[in-house]
Design a protein around this ligand. Structure first.
Ligand SMILES: [Fe+2]
Length: 225
């Protein structure tokens, strides 16, 4: 059974579209406490105006924190200490900071595009923010930490990268296809398909952080040698 979930027009961006997304009843429901817990870590969650979508994004994080890390689950402290990426040397950027940076970059870029191009560049802000907050959720399965908090790639992560595990967990919670698309296509896996406007925005915000992490990592390596 499906129902329609209306994603609202932003009060701050008058050109944001108002789209209707089909979601499934069976995967609904998430306690208010989950939303406030997740919003403490990822404040942009509260900028998702659709209550069902906001709850579902929170439910994804609660689920991933309970079942990731090789089945051991993640504590909030472990999540907050996790580096942004293991592929860019010592860059000093954290995973949670990266997600918050991308969510805010996406909101800012959407604001500039809407102010400049108006309705010629239609952007669904709820889809964009949900995608920004879920694009890397699969890293909770792709990565693991040992008892000392040292991160490494998990055995599963070597076989299934985070865009795939991210789509799997998000689909389990009734996240709409437009957001699944951002999770699936945000990284190089999406290079061979046409990304949506929201996915294009997130893809570039993501690589702003990633390329800066690489820059900082290279400088740190040079200083040590
Ligand atoms: Fe990613």
């Amino acid at each position: 059974m499906t129902t329609t979930m209306s994603t609202p027009t932003s009060t701050t961006m008058n050109t944001t579209t108002h789209t209707t997304i089909a979601v499934s009843h069976e995967t609904a429901q998430s306690p208010e406490a989950d939303t406030s817990f997740v919003a403490r870590i990822f404040p942009a969650l509260l900028h998702i105006e659709s209550p069902p979508l906001r709850s579902r994004v929170a439910a994804c994080w609660i689920d991933a924190m309970a079942t990731g890390n090789g089945g051991l689950g993640w504590t909030e402290d472990q999540l907050r200490r996790l580096p942004f990426t293991l592929k860019a040397g010592e860059n000093g950027m954290l995973f949670v900071e990266h997600l918050n940076s991308c969510a805010e970059q996406c909101r800012a870029i959407a604001g500039v595009l809407s102010a400049t191009f108006g309705t010629r560049v239609p952007i669904n802000l709820d889809v964009l923010i949900a995608g920004a907050l879920l694009a890397d959720i699969g890293k909770l399965f792709e990565l693991q930490v040992n008892e000392r908090g040292t991160p490494s790639q998990s055995a599963g992560g070597r076989l299934v990268r985070h865009p795939f595990s991210g789509v799997a967990i998000a689909a389990r919670h009734g996240i709409p296809d437009e957001v699944l698309h951002i999770i699936a296509a945000h990284s190089f896996e999406g290079d061979k398909i046409e990304r949506s406007i929201e996915c294009i925005i997130f893809h570039h915000a993501d690589f702003v952080d990633f390329d800066i992490a690489g820059f900082l990592g290279r400088r740190a390596t040079e200083r040590r040698s």
